[in-house]
Design a protein around this ligand. Structure first.
Ligand SMILES: [Zn+2]
Length: 165
């Protein structure tokens, strides 16, 4: 069970999102190109609903040139591999938003048998939003892991202890 608690520092947000994108491209046997990464990073970093034109403008403002066709293709790719969602507000074009967001569930991990249970609490989401808002922090993802003994292992360890008496 030593591998559950990692001693590595958490990856930076950009590194997490880009590594997810690279892994997804590789899984779908698609080449990872610099231009695709730039488009993906722009969408991930904004957290907003952006159109292809808006992404193009942002890249132009940064002095980066990525062809419009590449922007469209990359956005379509992000939707296909599940890292972005596509929205149509009847504006005559589509908008895209990253699907990498705050975790919708947290985990209980038994350090004895290794069972992992998910739970979701709206009140935790509220606390998270409050904390982030107070500090002007944009949350990209969350990892809450509670380590301990599951009910079964706890009961068994209790029974083992009482049999010693
Ligand atoms: Zn257990």
């Amino acid at each position: 069970m030593t591998d559950i608690v990692t001693r590595r520092p958490p990856l930076g947000c950009a590194a997490i999102t880009l590594s997810l994108f690279r892994a997804a491209l590789q899984k779908h046997q698609l080449p990872v190109t610099n231009q695709r990464e730039i488009v993906a990073r722009t969408l991930f970093a904004s957290g907003q609903l952006l159109s292809a034109d808006e992404i193009n403008e942002r890249l132009r403002d940064e002095g980066t040139h990525v062809g419009k066709a590449t922007v469209y293709r990359t956005l379509g790719l992000l939707v296909r591999i599940g890292l972005a969602s596509e929205h149509d507000f009847d504006e005559g074009f589509k908008r895209y938003k990253t699907r990498i967001g705050p975790a919708r569930h947290d985990h209980l991990i038994c350090t004895s048998c290794g069972v992992v249970e998910e739970f979701h609490r709206d009140d935790l989401d509220r606390v998270q939003s409050e904390v982030a808002k107070q500090r002007g922090f944009r949350v990209l993802t969350r990892q809450l892991k509670l380590y301990g003994l599951c009910a079964q292992c706890d009961e068994e360890s209790g029974a083992a202890l009482s049999s010693l008496n």
